[in-house]
Design a protein around this ligand. Structure first.
Ligand SMILES: [Zn+2]
Length: 280
């Protein structure tokens, strides 16, 4: 499949048997990535994209292994294809959002003239129930053959955001927590219960544990934009958080099209809001 074929999902072969699946945005946000990570006995599918196109079929063409599905966080550009699968793992703080998403509403494609690319109502994965398995920081997916993938809780962008470290390959799949584009910790909060997790302080705390494993990380594969980032981003991001926490709210850029002043340290960029720095 080629980009010009206008498919919503395009597989991109990565290093060491990993496949990255490019998920084209229907608009209103950036294109995203899912990642298919094979072990010896199982494969791990990290995120399910926008729910446009038959991800399950594509994955079955890419591996003969049974597939475990995990979401890096609950946002719609990462969970859209979940109803195609019987069971999905997610951090326990983000699980309630999956139950809500299962209930609807029914999805409909916008008028053809407003679509970013060619797809129809039939290509949309509709809300449906599936089993949710709640996991926590430190959980390990055992894919067989020494392929173990450890969960790191990285709240801030989402209450239950996680990174997934494939220890054998040294690949960190970082969702929207470590990205080349800015991490957004500035969105309005719809649900009071999750306020405590959506701060720079909580993000920093998660990064501190990840930083202890920094030398195990050879490359970082985020949920959007550039792939194969260097592990120095982990420390840049932690220091970016520390500066905000110390009261340095200096802004070098504004995020175009969104209400986000950016604090920058090295390669790390945080779109922040003053109310979302410290955990009360
Ligand atoms: Zn995203």
């Amino acid at each position: 499949m080629a980009y010009s074929d206008n498919f919503p999902l395009v597989e991109v072969p990565g290093a060491e048997g990993v496949t990255h699946i490019f998920c084209r945005s229907p608009g209103g946000g950036g294109d995203g990535w899912c990642h298919l990570v094979p072990g010896k006995d199982r494969a791990l599918l990290i995120d399910t994209g926008f729910g446009i196109g038959d991800l399950k079929k594509l994955v079955s063409e890419l591996t003969d292994l049974p597939v475990t599905v995990v979401n890096t966080h609950n946002h719609g550009d990462h969970i859209g294809g979940n109803p195609q699968f019987e069971e999905v793992y997610i951090h326990k703080e983000d699980a309630p959002f999956l139950y809500r998403a299962m209930e609807g509403p029914e999805r409909k494609a916008p008028p053809e003239s407003e679509r970013e690319y060619k797809y129809s109502d039939a290509d949309l994965v509709q809300p449906a129930p599936y089993k949710v398995v709640e996991i926590e920081d430190g959980y390990v997916f055992d894919l067989g053959g020494g392929y173990e993938v450890e969960v790191f809780h990285l709240p801030g962008h989402s209450a239950g955001g996680i990174g997934l470290l494939d220890k054998k390959r040294g690949f960190l799949f970082s969702g929207d927590a470590l990205v080349w584009t800015p991490i957004l910790i500035h969105w309005p909060i719809p649900d009071e219960r999750y306020n405590e997790f959506l701060t720079v302080e909580r993000f920093r705390d998660g990064l501190l544990r990840l930083e202890e494993h920094k030398n195990e990380v050879k490359r970082i594969y985020p949920g959007h934009s550039r792939l194969g980032l260097k592990n120095t981003l982990i420390t840049d991001m932690r220091l970016c958080c520390e500066e905000l926490l110390a009261g340095d709210l200096s802004v070098r850029e504004f995020l175009p099209g969104a209400a986000g002043p950016l604090h920058i340290h090295g390669d790390a960029k945080i779109a922040f809001h003053e109310s979302r720095i410290h955990t009360k």
